[in-house]
Design a protein around this ligand. Structure first.
Ligand code: PEP
Ligand code: MN
Length: 335
């Protein structure tokens, strides 16, 4: 980090600044120019509050040279991480499709969808049991029985399962869930992230609706700093001024994350566009751009789905989308 101090600073303020920075464990290289004094901070600057420094009267500018995330940073871990969920591997050249309903609605529904998506090549089953709905009057999920039905579908098909946790007290219900999802709305629920850092189970962390890539990486840092390195990142579209689609899929997150982190990245085209008709092109684009996997909502009867029917594919359409993605995957961008 570099701190540019104004010319002829107040001596007491300048000393206070230097002493404070040293107390945070960094050493300071000072170079005096004609118009300013440049302080080069050497060492671990992750705990230095850049905004606080910027707000000081004697400071002209501050720049972070090194990213504030360590565990997720590719600089310290150049090789791709491989996150293993049961028999499924994410990262380092693998490609997996997670598919299933937005919400688990019944045992028969989820088993039948699981059987069909497996035939199309999906390697994991998704299904929400606890649903973060915008309206408190909307279907909130089946709760514990939703997880139970997912486990039945796993038993029937062998597909590992992923489901969303909303708060840490639900963890005992997730004992047999293979991958725990943290949804977009909880991306910055730091207490939940810290708790998930204390367990070893793989986590799928979705990007918040209005969060930057750096904020996503800082959130994953919470989980990793706690000791859980098994994390997969997920882009699910962000809110922009565009309203032709539910959200806007940020495809550029793929090359950006590939450069900045060693963690795998999965793209969720369903929540990104909100309309089933648009899922295929987005899924193909994400595949071509080198995503490590996709997560796609599939429903046996989208018109009557209790949640997100408009963006859900029928198993037949999913089959076509999966085929197209697998077909272009060998040509996908490599990093
Ligand atoms: C989901 O995947 O079921 C979900 C609610 O997604 P998001 O958190 O991205 O809205
Ligand atoms: Mn959904």
């Amino acid at each position: 980090m570099v701190v540019v101090v104004k010319k002829n600073p107040d001596k007491t303020q300048f000393n206070n600044l230097q002493n404070w920075l040293k107390s945070l464990g960094v050493s300071i290289h000072t170079s005096e120019g004609e118009n300013s004094i440049v302080l080069g901070l050497v060492g671990d600057t992750t705990s230095v509050d850049i905004d606080l420094i910027r707000s000081l009267e004697i400071v002209e500018d501050v720049k972070r040279i090194q990213e504030p995330y360590k565990n997720a940073n590719r600089k310290f871990h150049p090789k791709d991480s491989v996150i293993t969920v049961e028999n499924v591997h994410f990262g380092n050249g693998t490609f997996n499709i997670i598919a299933g309903p937005c919400s688990v609605e019944s045992e028969e529904q989820v088993i039948s969808i699981a059987e069909q998506v497996k035939k199309s090549g999906a390697t994991m089953l998704r299904g929400g049991a606890f649903k973060p709905r915008t309206s408190p009057y909307a279907f909130q999920g089946l709760g514990a029985s939703g997880i139970e039905y997912l486990l039945k579908a796993k038993e029937a098909t062998g597909l590992p399962i992923v489901s969303e946790i909303m708060e840490f007290s639900q963890l005992p219900l997730f004992d047999d869930v293979d991958l725990i999802q943290v949804g977009a709305r909880n991306m910055q629920n730091f207490e939940l992230l810290k708790e998930l850092g204390r367990i070893k189970k793989p986590i799928l962390l979705k990007r918040g609706l209005a969060n930057t890539i750096q904020e996503l990486l800082m959130s994953v840092e919470y989980i990793m700093a706690g000791g859980n390195e098994n994390v997969i990142l997920c882009e699910r579209g962000i809110r922009t001024f565009e309203n032709a689609t539910r959200n806007t899929l940020d495809i550029s997150i793929i090359p950006v994350l590939k450069k900045q982190t060693h963690l795998p990245i999965v793209i969720d085209p369903s929540h990104a566009c909100g309309i089933s008709y648009f899922v295929k092109p987005l899924a193909m684009a994400a595949t071509a751009a080198g995503a490590d996997g996709l997560m796609i909502e599939v429903h046996n009867d989208p018109q009557h789905a209790l949640c997100d029917g408009a963006q859900s594919l029928t198993p037949q359409v999913f089959d076509e989308v999966a085929k197209s993605c697998f077909a272009i995957r060998p040509l996908a961008c490599k990093y």
